[in-house]
Design a protein. Structure first.
Length: 61
């Protein structure tokens, strides 16, 4: 696999993590209550940070 194709798949994974972050934030804010709300929000922010770092690395390499 060429380096360009590998970067493409890594960036698609980063965008997928961003989509998961958006979905999980929505769930935590509007649908869940109690402990699940905090757990899902924590996971969403973890997804967001990982996807941001991934896309930042892919962009500048």
């Amino acid at each position: 696999m060429s380096p360009g194709m590998l970067k493409m798949w890594i960036s698609i994974a980063g965008m997928g993590l961003m989509f998961l972050a958006i979905s999980t934030i929505y769930l935590s804010r509007y649908k869940l209550k109690g402990v699940l709300k905090f757990v899902s929000a924590f996971l969403a922010y973890i997804f967001l940070v990982i996807s941001g770092i991934t896309l930042f690395i892919v962009l500048f390499t």
